[in-house]
Design a protein around this ligand. Structure first.
Ligand SMILES: Cc1cc2nc3c(=O)[nH]c(=O)nc-3n(C[C@H](O)[C@H](O)[C@H](O)COP(=O)(O)OP(=O)(O)OC[C@H]3O[C@@H](n4cnc5c(N)ncnc54)[C@H](O)[C@@H]3O)c2cc1C
Ligand code: SF4
Length: 343
């Protein structure tokens, strides 16, 4: 019997887990290396998922791969990759060395640091929170309260924070934050039916199946108000409520509003270590610092380095179901590569 080929997967988010589970079912030996002490990636922090408010735990329970051919290594951040004699060597800070016949990158996303947009007051004004903060509060089963301990009577949700913004070096659209904003507006309205919720958007990009229906539900059933406007500045009143200055871009005039709380929909960035991983081989990043595909249309999961593949949101921002599809198609590419190499 021929020895089973070994595939190393960097990143144990849903992309890495799903690809690992498909590949072990196909008969490969797989090692998933995760830098945190837990697999699941960002999904561990979200309270419910658009567009159907299903629980992230249900997705994670379905894809926790259990197979004797699958090894999970936690608390290990892969810093560099080397290819020698057709095999890959992976290194972390402690000089862990791992050999593999093929490599799958599933390093996922980072969330934009909202304090870099100083004019929006995150980290300066206590009643300014981010979309990730809201998910964590909601997941913990806590009520949304202002710093003064009261339920907010008015919340303003701001779209495109750290996305479509050349000033912070992210000119691209993060794709999933408009629908996250609709989901969170509904969640706030369900939690606090008396609260007025306003979403300030540049334009609404609701690209996915059932996203438009959720947007209509937000307006009709929850009376969420969507204002086409660009926030310019936030200031704090003496009672720690907030004052927003924006431009209503439909009416073409300046707009001011008082709010008890502001929620910033922060953009998505490629994982920070990606640049290191590109050194010493033919891996490339695209203009937005995500891994560059060999071909955008036909070989989205293939890199320019033979034997290295990519899955999920390390290619570009993606929703959960797109990430799972991407992981499955990456597994097919890896299998094709190893099967052809064997012949
Ligand atoms: C606020 C917010 C809310 C969202 N809500 C939804 C929603 O409701 N519905 C939905 O469909 N999508 C939602 N998303 C998108 C969703 O989070 C992504 O689709 C999903 O996390 C992508 O999974 P992934 O495995 O590609 O990446 P990640 O979840 O980022 O996982 C990547 C993993 O790789 C690890 N890693 C990275 N680099 C290394 C390294 N060098 N060595 C070892 N390990 C490494 C990380 O620690 C992480 O565990 C939301 C996103 C945000 C920001
Ligand atoms: S998805 Fe919406 S909020 Fe996110 S960057 Fe694109 S337009 Fe802005």
């Amino acid at each position: 019997m021929t020895k089973k080929k070994h595939i190393a997967i960097i990143g144990g988010g849903i992309a890495g887990l799903e690809a690992g589970s498909v590949l072990t079912r196909q008969g490969y030996k797989v090692t998933i290396i995760e830098k945190e002490n837990k697999t699941g990636g960002l999904l561990n922090h979200w309270s419910s998922l658009f567009p159907d408010f299903s629980l992230p735990g249900e997705v994670l329970a379905r894809i926790q791969p259990e197979n004797p051919d699958l090894t999970l290594i936690h608390n290990t951040c892969i810093e560099s990759i080397k290819k020698e004699n057709g095999r890959f060597e992976l290194f972390d800070k402690r000089h862990l060395k791992l050999y593999a016949d093929a490599l799958l990158l599933a390093t996922g996303l980072s969330v934009f640091d909202a304090s870099l947009k100083e004019e929006y007051g995150y980290g300066l004004f206590i009643n300014v929170i981010t979309s990730s903060d809201f998910e964590r509060i909601h997941k913990a089963g806590q009520k949304l309260l202002t710093a003064q301990g009261d339920p907010p009577k008015r919340v303003a949700i701001i779209h495109c924070v750290g996305s479509r913004d050349a000033k912070v070096g992210n000119g691209y659209c993060s794709k999933v934050c408009c629908i996250t904003g609709v989901k969170q507006a509904i969640a706030i309205s369900r939690m606090l039916p008396e609260c007025e919720v306003f979403n300030f958007y540049m334009d609404l990009r609701l690209y996915g199946s059932k996203y438009d229906a959720l947007y209509l539900e937000a307006q009709k059933r929850h009376q969420i108000q969507f204002i086409r406007g660009r926030l310019s500045e936030v200031s704090e009143n003496q009672d720690q409520s907030l004052q927003l200055k924006a431009e209503d871009t439909l009416q073409g005039r300046p707009l001011r509003m008082q709010a008890d709380m502001i929620l910033l929909l922060t953009g998505l960035e490629a994982a920070r270590q990606n640049e290191n991983l590109c050194k010493n081989n033919h891996l490339e990043l695209d203009e937005n610092r995500f891994f560059k595909s060999e071909n955008m249309q036909y070989h989205r999961n293939c890199s320019r380095q033979e034997g290295i593949f990519m899955a999920g949101s390390c290619i570009c921002p993606m929703s959960v179901n797109e990430t799972l599809d991407s992981a499955r198609s990456a597994a097919i590419e890896v299998d094709n590569y190893l099967t052809q190499k064997e012949r």
